[in-house]
Design a protein around this ligand. Structure first.
Ligand SMILES: Cc1cc2nc3c(=O)[nH]c(=O)nc-3n(C[C@H](O)[C@H](O)[C@H](O)COP(=O)(O)O)c2cc1C
Ligand code: SF4
Ligand code: SF4
Length: 257
């Protein structure tokens, strides 16, 4: 079983590659939350994996909240993978702290660098096209190495991109970021630009958008994945003023495998 979350498709692609290669069931966390499905029974030998993007050097709130409600029986091999634009700090330490509360611990851990999706701070941009393609090519290579590790249930492997001073980033800067900057209050739509396609509402993993032009419901569940911003075909959605001159990105590369 692989539990995953993805806003802009990077992690979905990575999780799909692994699931297909090892013939594993892939479960999208927002769907499970919608269905109220938190109890899972695994066969004794079954693997349990968690794949998600790094948000502010921590696992996304939606992933942490889901784990806290999970009840898992059986299974003996647990692994986890995070995608990130640059580095993930102590994201996996935080994940394992959450997992231990439900009796699990990911023993094999990976970070896969993928194109950047966060654009809401002055120094944050989407990657230029060549860097985007280079990251995806590298990720493909990395996956061909990750897949046999997970398939063969190898333990104790840690291939992470912690960056410099990971504790500072995850607990201090990331702590502030996740407490104060994961908010939907800054989203706006330019109604003169919006072509009323409904994509933003469709891609929101937590049903926080209604109507065309969109309004944000402020249901308290926005995880700031930026799927709504990045998927808008006419860049009508902004996050404060800063994203007006920012690029858009979501994973839509053809499968070459
Ligand atoms: C709210 C938010 C916070 C992010 N924080 C980080 C971070 O701390 N470190 C990093 O390297 N990338 C960060 N990113 C970039 C994403 O982790 C990266 O682009 C990821 O692959 C996106 O996955 P997805 O397409 O599956 O949503 C952040 C992205 C978002 C939306
Ligand atoms: S409102 Fe936008 S940023 Fe928030 S969860 Fe939905 S798609 Fe993601
Ligand atoms: S995705 Fe963009 S164009 Fe489509 S409804 Fe939403 S804001 Fe309007």
């Amino acid at each position: 079983m692989i539990f995953y979350f993805s806003g802009t498709g990077n992690t979905r692609w990575v999780a799909q590659q692994i699931a297909e290669a090892i013939n594993e069931e892939l479960l999208y966390i927002p769907d499970l939350i919608r269905e109220g499905r938190y109890s899972f029974t695994l066969q004794k030998e079954e693997r349990i994996g968690f794949c998600f993007p790094t948000h502010g050097w921590q696992p996304p709130r939606i992933v942490r909240e889901f784990i806290r409600k999970m009840k898992v029986e059986g299974g003996e091999y647990c692994w986890a993978l995070t995608t990130c634009g640059d580095n993930m700090g102590e994201c996996m330490t935080i994940l394992n702290k959450e997992l231990r509360t439900i009796g699990l611990e990911a023993e094999t851990l990976f970070a896969v660098i993928m194109p950047e999706s966060y654009v809401c701070l002055p120094f944050m941009h989407t990657d230029p096209k060549d860097k985007e393609l280079w990251k995806i090519e590298n990720a493909r290579h990395q996956l061909s190495h990750i897949i046999p590790i997970v398939r063969d249930r190898k333990r104790g492997i840690e291939e992470l991109e912690k960056g410099a001073t990971p504790r500072l980033y995850s607990y201090v800067i990331g702590g502030y970021f996740n407490k104060h900057m994961i908010t939907d209050r800054k989203f706006t739509v330019d109604e003169n630009v919006c072509i009323r396609c409904g994509k933003c509402a469709k891609v929101c993993p937590v049903d926080n958008i209604k109507g065309t032009p969109p309004t944000w419901i402020h249901n308290g569940r926005c995880t700031c994945c930026l799927a709504c911003y990045h998927h808008c075909p006419v860049h009508a959605i902004n996050y404060g003023k800063i994203t007006r001159y920012r690029g858009q990105y979501y994973y839509n590369h053809p499968h070459k495998e």
